[in-house]
Design a protein around this ligand. Structure first.
Ligand SMILES: Nc1nc2c(ncn2[C@@H]2O[C@H](COP(=O)(O)OP(=O)(O)OP(=O)(O)O)[C@@H](O)[C@H]2O)c(=O)[nH]1
Ligand SMILES: [Mg+2]
Length: 210
């Protein structure tokens, strides 16, 4: 089982990414669980429930847990991960999973996951705040296993220069992977899933499926 921590600023596309990746992984035959963190609601768990459990009927409802952290999202995934540890234990006591996604509440560029929660981390930035990130840096941007720069479809509307973002990403990532995508149009999604499965050592299994 691989626990995948997804983090990044508010609204950058974490929940949408988990939905898309879950759909693809399930279509390859993997079993997927999801834990969401929200500060004062179960909004993201409900969004995923409506989309993947009710509408698409691909995710069993017992594969999904929504945590209400009640406080700083950063604390709940690093300093005191107990709520998430309990949720992980609850999911894994129900069945075996190939992947469990944990979505952090939207936070800042310094957040990272406790190694007790995640084996692999994805940091999601987006272009809608302009092109100053990833160049400004931050622990999550440096240390995540995969950096995703989402919403490339919006770049032209906010004057975000993708070439600059790419050059900055090369500099700050120090050889670690990053990828540009639009979860709205689907651009870059196949490359993303290939990079991800390659990184976690499961690329061959999907090749044999195709
Ligand atoms: N135009 C555009 N919109 C996107 C894209 N990806 C996500 N969105 C939209 O951006 C909004 C926020 O997406 P979410 O997936 O909820 O973002 P999030 O990071 O989970 O947000 P929080 O959990 O609240 O921090 C939603 O309205 C999505 O439909 C994209 O690539 N392009
Ligand atoms: Mg979300």
């Amino acid at each position: 089982m691989i626990r995948v921590g997804v983090l990044g600023p508010v609204g950058s596309g974490k929940t949408t990414l988990i939905e898309r990746m879950t759909e693809m992984l399930i279509s390859f035959g993997f079993s997927v669980g999801i834990i969401t963190n929200d500060v004062i609601s179960q909004h993201d768990a409900l969004t995923i429930y409506r989309k993947l459990v009710e509408e698409k009927k691909i995710l069993p409802k017992e594969n999904l847990i929504g945590i209400v952290t009640g406080g700083c999202p950063h604390t709940a995934i690093r300093e005191d991960p107990s709520l998430n540890v309990m949720a992980l234990n609850k999911l894994t006591s129900r069945k075996n999973f190939d992947f469990i996604f944990l979505e952090s509440g939207g936070d800042n560029v310094m957040s990272t996951f406790s190694p007790r929660l995640a084996d692999y981390t994805i940091f999601v930035l987006d272009t809608s705040a302009g092109d100053k990130y990833p160049g400004k840096g931050g622990l999550g941007i440096f240390e995540s296993d995969l950096l995703i720069i989402n919403k490339i479809d919006l770049a032209e509307y906010v004057g975000a220069n993708l070439k600059k973002m790419k050059e900055d990403a090369i500099k700050v990532r120090n050889g670690k992977p990053f990828t540009f995508i639009s979860l709205k149009t689907g651009e870059g999604l196949e490359d993303l899933i290939k990079t991800f499965l390659g990184d976690v050592g499961l690329d061959r299994e999907t090749e044999s499926e195709n």
